[in-house]
Design a protein around this ligand. Sequence first.
Ligand SMILES: Cc1cc2nc3c(=O)[nH]c(=O)nc-3n(C[C@H](O)[C@H](O)[C@H](O)COP(=O)(O)OP(=O)(O)OC[C@H]3O[C@@H](n4cnc5c(N)ncnc54)[C@H](O)[C@@H]3O)c2cc1C
Length: 399
Amino acid sequence: MHVTIVGGGFGGVKAALEIAKNHKNRVTLITDKPDFQYYPTLYSSATGHSHTESWAPLGEIFADHTNIHVYVDKIVSINADKKRLNGESGTEYYYETLIMAVGVITSFFNIPGLETYAYGIKTAEEIQRLKQRLFIDIAEKGMLDHNYVVVGAGPTGIELASAIGTYIKRLCRYYGVRDHRVRVRLIEAAPRVLPRSSQMTSRRVTKRLKKMGIAVETNKRVERENATQLIVNGKPIESHTVIWTSGVSNHPIFAQHPEIFTLAPNGRVKVDDYLQAAEHIYVIGDNAATPYTGLAQTAIHDARTVARNLERKTKGRKPRKYRAVLPVSAIPVGARWAVIEWRWIRIYGWIGGVIRRAADLVGYSEILPLGTTLGAWRAAKIYENDYFTPTLRQVRRRK
Ligand SMILES: Cc1cc2nc3c(=O)[nH]c(=O)nc-3n(C[C@H](O)[C@H](O)[C@H](O)COP(=O)(O)OP(=O)(O)OC[C@H]3O[C@@H](n4cnc5c(N)ncnc54)[C@H](O)[C@@H]3O)c2cc1C
């Protein structure tokens, strides 16, 4: 069996690893980046922790799999009649069976100014831009912004808001900036933080954030942004460090092919009971309109389901229907504190922090080889000094 996979994220990499377990199978993985990105720890890499925590080269992941071939290319169109994919490089790829796992993209909901001025933390480039901003302010100019604003109090916004203050204070100490008053504001349009979690979790997390000195502002709508201000509910907030974690939308490639894909009202691709969207085409992970789409655990589960069914088909057995599995929610709020929520189970505090660390170990091990798993997991304790090569002026200030 030959399977072509587009996307080297959670869904794509897991599907490749599962299919390649049968040495007779061949996998072609086409992805636009040479690295796998572990999103759950991006907030940590964005706030000074090691890059190794969130990125692993695909070459390392597939080192022991000679039946997986990786092509770094961006797929720009699909021809289902001819079973062809077109890459940005001009290369045409033929497929027999196709799995699409290209993830979502950041959406600014057309709010004026956000695309130009706000920072994201979804890609390495976005994180680099944010770190550069902080570096220029603190190391070069020796000053702090009036406000550090995180927009969106979903899991990513909470994780980031609770980690960024500590990072900024650390930069201040390192570069000898005396003003340590870091004002972090968390803005949310919904009436409470973590709107998809229980009321009790929202309350506990709000209390924890406030204890950490973070201003939690709910029922606040972002209207526009310019170079120095964010306009929220008609009022300006002085800031040039606004981090947007609020919105994502499905990858545009699906809407560009209405002859192949049917979209659900939320923009995800409609799939059948076997995660199939069209003949010979499966759609998994964030792209598929499944009950728990939007989570890494779901992408891994989808990948496993499709891989197993393809294997069953080659053996002449009937494929099994997809069963959605409720993922465990594990959200860190500052160091060594997390909230765990699953059905009626709620765990808060340091025990939650331990469980979240264990969950990351499991998450890495789903994708990475053992050595890389341990390396990535331990990297949470390492600070990266990519902006710690001080210039003469900064050295003088430090003295
Ligand atoms: C900041 C952040 C924190 C998160 N935290 C958690 C968490 O704690 N727990 C959890 O369960 N989930 C978390 N998620 C969600 C989780 O990361 C996603 O649900 C998961 O990554 C989805 O997997 P996927 O394979 O569908 O897409 P992705 O993992 O996004 O992979 C898509 C891949 O496709 C590639 N690609 C994109 N376009 C093309 C193209 N045109 N051609 C070729 N390749 C392409 C991309 O580069 C990428 O490699 C988080 C997400 C973010 C952004």
